[in-house]
Write a protein that binds this ligand. Structure first.
Ligand SMILES: Cc1ncc(COP(=O)(O)O)c(C=O)c1O
Length: 369
């Protein structure tokens, strides 16, 4: 596993120290302490179960065509997604990981008004938009850590939102919204601005069809559903995502994307999308990892939220930035989030059973430190 690269991927101030080699070098002149060796990468949300065997084989085979751009692979993948998700091909927009669409669209929509999102949530794309000049409006989650749809609606109306971003299940809480409540929210709010629903982890929810807002896209609402092959499909390194949305929104996305897509990723995605056997295996694996995290928390008297993502949000009972450093010094990387409601919470990624075993070993010592 290329651990330094994994560290670089997530970036940001909240990262455990010692992961980015560039930063480590830059700091070496002021702090000679060697960075801790990370043995459990629990700060990320990837799925080490990895791609399906068919996807792996297709990606490798695609290398034979590496000299050539991959234009020809896009329409068949779009057609496949459209058929499976019962939309028109013009309603499907491919992107280099869903982060690309989730960053570029809010940046464009911000010309009409602020981007409204719950906090905490997956802030990375919104912070990108902010760096390009977008105004962000953060609405704290409710006391039970669930996204407060009423408060989100009220704020969006009050500020004249350019778009609303809803992550479902939310990252980092792992909580799923009530599908009927979210559906009603999306129908109402999309009358005034696009509602972006990030469904990066929806495949492992109990009933993906019911929890997904794709039916609203089918019905013509201005809802943009973002999906990815990075998480449950285990292909984060291949960079394939897509949106399902109104044709005009798909057209805008295409006009904003400056780059080509990669051949191995497109080839792999085309052979695994919706593969029930593979998805069942990935789901079982991830549920097993989550159960392991729950058991570790219970053994240490820590409370946590039941998660539908590839991570679990855990109340460490300690100031989270300091606790993150303590864990890092013991070889465990976790992530913390900017959220006034969660000063003691850490996000623990499902990672691999071996990494979780190491976490189980270290946690009691870290809690006593
Ligand atoms: C909620 C959510 N959405 C989107 C992404 C972006 O994933 P990718 O760009 O790899 O599709 C992530 C990655 O961490 C995520 O957690």
């Amino acid at each position: 596993m290329d651990t330094t690269r994994r560290g670089l991927l997530i970036g940001g101030a909240a990262l455990a120290p010692g992961l980015a080699p560039g930063l480590a070098l830059a700091e070496a002149s002021v702090d000679p302490t060697p960075p801790p060796t990370i043995r459990a990468h629990l700060g990320v949300t990837e799925n080490p179960y990895g791609p399906s065997p068919a996807a792996r084989k297709a990606a490798i085979k695609a290398l034979d065509e590496t000299p050539y751009y991959a234009w020809a692979l896009e329409p068949p993948l779009v057609a496949l997604i459209a058929k499976r998700d019962r939309v028109q091909p013009e309603q499907v927009g491919l992107c280099n990981g869903s982060l690309e669409a989730l960053s570029l669209l809010p940046t464009a929509f911000a010309k009409q008004g602020p981007i409204v999102s719950a906090q905490p949530s997956y802030a990375t794309p919104l912070l990108y938009a902010q760096r390009q000049g977008a105004r962000l409006e953060w609405v704290p989650v409710a006391a039970d850590s669930q996204i407060d749809l009423d408060a989100l609606a009220a704020r969006a109306k009050a500020v004249g939102a350019g778009a609303i971003y809803v992550c479902n299940p939310n990252n980092p809480t792992g909580l799923l919204l009530d599908p009927d409540a979210l559906r009603a929210f999306c129908v109402e709010m999309s009358k005034t601005c696009p509602v972006i629903v990030d469904e990066a982890y929806i495949e492992i929810s109990p009933d993906p069809e019911r929890h997904s807002m794709m039916d609203l896209v089918r019905a013509g609402h201005d809802v943009i559903v973002a999906r990815t092959f990075s998480k449950v499909y285990g292909m984060a390194g291949l960079r394939v995502g897509f949106i399902v949305a109104r044709p005009d929104r798909v057209k805008s996305l295409k006009s904003l994307i400056p780059t080509h897509k990669g051949r191995p990723g497109l080839a792999a995605a085309a052979v695994c999308y919706g593969d029930p056997a593979y998805l069942a295996g990935a789901k079982t694996y991830l549920e097993g990892c989550r159960a392991k995290i729950y058991a570790i928390c219970q053994a240490n008297g820590l409370s946590y939220l039941p998660s539908y993502g590839t991570y679990v949000f855990v109340d460490s009972g300690k100031p989270n930035l300091a606790f993150q450093k303590t864990l890092a010094s013991m070889g465990v990387e976790v992530r913390v989030f900017d959220s006034p409601r969660h000063p003691t919470w850490i996000r623990v990624g499902t990672a691999s059973p071996a990494e979780l075993d190491y976490f189980a070993q270290v946690l009691p010592k870290a809690l006593k430190a």
